[in-house]
Write a protein that binds this ligand. Sequence first.
Ligand SMILES: Nc1nc2c(ncn2[C@@H]2O[C@H](COP(=O)(O)OP(=O)(O)OP(=O)(O)O)[C@@H](O)[C@H]2O)c(=O)[nH]1
Ligand SMILES: [Mg+2]
Length: 507
Amino acid sequence: MKCTKCQTENRQDAKFCTNCGQSLTISPSLGDDRQFVLNLIQNLKDLDRIAKTLDLPTRDIEDALDQIENQTLSVVVVGEFKRGKSTFINALLGQDVLPSDILPTTATINRVVFGSTPSATIRFKDGQTQSIAIDRLANYVTKLTSDAETISSRVQEALIHYPLHYCRNGVEIIDTPGLSDDDIMTEITLSVLRRTEVAIVVTSAISPFGESEGIFLTEILLEQGINHILFVVNGIDQFEQTEDIARVIENITQRIKKHIHDWANNKFGEGTQEYNAYIKRMGIPHIYGLSSRQALQAKRAGDKSLLKLSRFQEFETSLNRLLTEERQRISLEISVEGAIASASQILNTIETQQNSLELQHQSFTNQSLSISESVSTLRQQSREKLKHIEQGITNIDAEIKTNFHPLDHLLKRVAEQTIDNLSVDMSRDLNGITRHFAAQVGSALRELIVTIESDITRIINQETRKESLKLKNMINSVKKQIRQIQEQSWQIGMDWTFNETEYQDLH
Ligand SMILES: Nc1nc2c(ncn2[C@@H]2O[C@H](COP(=O)(O)OP(=O)(O)OP(=O)(O)O)[C@@H](O)[C@H]2O)c(=O)[nH]1
Ligand SMILES: [Mg+2]
C-alpha cells in the first residue's frame, strides 16, 4: 500500500507508513466514527465551496480538512526561554538531538516527525531545503554563536525524522524558541501555535509560573482555543526534599487554575452555561513535576532507578494515552470546532450581506416610488398645460368670431358704402363706369381684408405670446424634473440618459 504523504510502498495490511508514520487509511482507525467523519469531510468541503463563493478566508476549513484527511496532530512544546524545552524533547527521544545550553539556544521551529532512521532536513525561508546529519543541527537552529545566529535567521524550520513511537500516527512534536527573550523568537513561536492541537507548557520548578506565563496561557493558548494543555514543571531534581516538590506543584496548580477560571469568567461570565461547560471541559489541569535532565541521562544510560526518580514516566504514560486513546477524539473535536467556527463565520457574512441587500432593496423601492410619483406629477402638469394651450386657441377663435362675424355682411356693407360714395363720371361709357366701380369696390374690400388680417394677426400674436411664455416655463420645469428622475434612476442602477436636444425645438 502506497503512503499518500511520502509515497513509500508499505505492506498491504500495514496501518502506518514505515517511513513517515502516516496512517495509511482513514477508515480502520476511525472505527464506528467512519460515517460521521465522511459526513464531516463532505460538510467541510461544502463550507469551503460556500466560503470561496463569498470571498471568505478558507484557511481554517482547509486546516480542518487537512487535519482529518492526513490525520496529523501537532504537539507544540512552549514556554519561557531556558525552561528546558529542548532537553524535555530530548528526554522523550532518549538522545541529545536538539541543541540545549545554559544560554538562549533554540532559534527556529524544530519539528520532530516519525522516520525509521534519524535524519534532518532544513527548510530555508527562500524555499530551498537541505538534508543534514542530525548531529549538525546546532549549526542551523541555534543562536549560540553569531555565525549560527546568521544561518538560523535564514531557516524557516528544521524537520527531524526520528524513530519515536509517539510520532508513528502522524503526530509531530515541535520544539520552539523560548518566549520573553527577544521579539523575533516570540513571533516565531506564536506563528506555529495557530495550527496546534496540543500544547505542552514547560515551566521551571525553581521559578514557579509567573505573571508572563499566566498571560501567555490565557491570552495566547486559551484565546486560540487550544484546550489540550499539559503543564510540565521541569527541574525537580533541584529540590532536595520531596515535600518541596509537592508544595511547588500544588502552588503552581492553584495558580494555573486561577488563571483559567479568571479567563473563563472574563470571557463568558461566572456561572453562565458557557462558563460551566468550559470549566468542565478543561477539567483539572494536568501538571507533571519531572526532571528532563535526569530522564535523558537515565534513558541514555539505561538507568531505571534514575528514570523513576525523574518522574518522567508518569508524564509519558499520560502523553501516550493522549496520543493513542484520545487522539481520535481530539482530532475530530478540532475538526468539528473548525467546521463550526467556519460555518458561524459564513452565517455572519451571509447575514451581513443579507442586511445590506435588504437596505439596497429598500432604497431601490423608495427611489422607484419617488420616480413614479415624479412621472405622474409630470404627466398631470403636461395635461394641465395642454388644457391651457387648448383654452388659448379657443380664446383666439372666440375673439376672431366676435370681431369679424359675419364677415360676408361686413364685406357687403363696405362694398355698398363704397358704391354710395362714388360719383358717376357721365363722360365715360357704361363699360368704363362699371370698371371704375369695380376697381373702387375691389380696392375698398382689399383694404378691409388687410385691416382684418392685421387685426387677426395681432390677436393671435397676443394670445400665442402668453401661451409660448407658459410653454417655455413648462419645458424648463419638465427638463428639471426629467434630470431629477434620471439621477434617481442612476442611483438604483437604471442606465438611461436624458437627451436635452430632443426638447430644443420646443423653445
Ligand atoms: N537541573 C536541571 N537542569 C535542566 C533540566 N532541564 C534542562 N536543564 C538545563 O537547563 C538549561 C536550558 O535547557 P534547554 O533545554 O536549552 O532550555 P530551552 O527551554 O530549550 O531554552 P531555549 O531554547 O533557549 O528557550 C540547560 O543547561 C539544561 O541542561 C532539568 O530537568 N534539571
Ligand atoms: Mg530550546
